[in-house]
Ligand binder design. Structure first.
Ligand SMILES: C[S@@+](CC[C@H](N)C(=O)[O-])C[C@H]1O[C@@H](n2cnc3c(N)ncnc32)[C@H](O)[C@@H]1O
Length: 373
């Protein structure tokens, strides 16, 4: 089975999330090829119909419907139904990861004409900004009936259809409409989802967030069928987190927030830690190197304190973000060697940066486990 994942802005992070998600689902990746923001993945098992809802870093998912190797792709396409709808009007676009654009456009035009369809083609005119530059890829219209894709790797070609779309509306709604929001401090729900996947958590497992704020991480864990425990030093944030969970209507037995300093809190056994600790003061000006280093040293001590306080209770991974501070053209992150040395944890994968060009304090994302990598 081959699927196309259209990756979000941070491609490396999106790929890391997809890998961990499929591993957790015990769906082995047989092969994967990336072209721009398209990742073609061959897996052992079919994907869940709403797999997209579990992924924070994927824009859409498509299924391959025709494949050609040493034969003409368009001859193969003759054997399958492309448009399965009932209307005789079709507005469509083409995600193109190939050198066969014109041929493919021509084929689709002819094919739809022969099926007596009135078609309108909409190009991908918007752009998705990536960390390294810009990619000219985004449907120009929301009124599309179908999105197709063409993907070419070495001597093989694939044609397929986008079947799952990220539900931006409901993500935005739950982010904007919940009663207690802290715009400057809270983590975006999509990033929270990515971090949860990096921890390899499954339904029924318990996520612990030692910097739980108003509860975004816990909310996303509960939405995925996990249970959640938060601890937080700010009493108002704890009250806010409870209000938010009630607004969502979650079962009260599935979550708890403890008002306490997480370097000394006592917690029950949990499956994993997933957290965005204090990233230091929100900065409007680029700090000096010395100031950035001081913030990061403070961060190292805080995360070491928390991990050492609770590590006897944590069965699985620890996923956390660290400040990634811009000083001139470079950025500085925490001292991960010191953190690993002083806690007995090791890196599971290479840290992944997450920031926007102009952002002064971005994030570096770390995934740790007790076993050595
Ligand atoms: C970046 S915010 C996390 C935001 C959170 N993800 C949310 O959804 O609101 C960091 C939080 O850590 C809390 N904090 C800082 N030091 C702490 C400590 N030692 N123990 C517990 N919480 C702490 C802060 O009060 C703040 O709410």
């Amino acid at each position: 089975m081959k699927y196309l994942f259209i990756l979000g802005r941070n491609e490396d992070l999106s790929i890391a999330e997809i890998e961990e998600f499929l591993k957790k689902e015990e769906n082995e990746i047989v092969s994967k090829t990336q072209i721009d923001n398209g990742l073609l993945v061959q897996v052992d098992l079919p994907l869940d119909e709403r797999a997209i809802d579990k992924l924070g870093g994927t824009i859409s998912i498509g299924e391959v419907i025709a494949h050609a190797k040493d034969v003409d792709l368009f001859k193969e396409l003759e054997k399958v139904m492309i448009y399965k709808g009932v209307s005789n009007k079709l507005t469509y676009t083409l995600w193109d990861f190939s050198d066969m654009t014109d041929k493919c456009q021509e084929y689709l035009k002819k094919r739809f004409k022969s099926e007596k369809l009135k078609t309108a083609f909409k190009g991908l005119t918007g752009s998705v900004k990536t960390q390294d530059g810009e990619i000219e890829m985004k449907p120009s219209s929301k009124l599309l009936d179908e999105e197709y894709f063409i993907f070419e790797e070495e001597d093989e070609q694939y044609f397929g259809k986008i079947t799952q779309h990220c539900d931006y509306k409901s993500i935005e709604m739950r982010d904007m409409e919940k009663p207690v929001r802290r715009e400057e401090l809270a983590i975006a729900p999509r990033l929270a989802k990515i971090l949860i996947n990096l921890a390899g958590l499954s339904e029924g497992e318990k996520l612990y967030d030692p910097f739980s704020g108003v509860g975004v991480m816990i909310q996303e864990a509960l939405l995925q069928g996990m249970t959640g425990l938060g601890s937080e030093i700010d009493g108002d944030a704890v009250k806010g987190a409870y209000k938010n969970m009630e607004w969502f209507g979650f079962n009260k037995e599935d979550y708890e927030f403890i008002h306490h300093d997480s370097t000394s809190v006592d917690i029950p056994e949990v499956s994993a830690i997933v957290t965005e600790p204090d990233l230091g003061n929100v900065r409007k000006k680029i700090p000096t190197k010395a100031k950035a280093e001081e913030t990061l040293r403070h961060f190292d001590s805080l995360i070491i304190g928390v991990i050492n306080n609770v590590k006897g209770r944590v069965k699985g991974r620890i996923v956390f973000t660290s400040p990634y501070i811009r000083i001139g053209k470079k950025r500085l992150s925490c001292n991960i060697d010191r953190i690993c040395d002083e806690t007995g944890y090791s890196l599971v994968r290479e840290p992944v940066p997450e920031y926007r060009d102009k952002q002064i304090v971005g994030r570096m994302i770390y995934v740790l486990s007790k076993e050595s990598s």
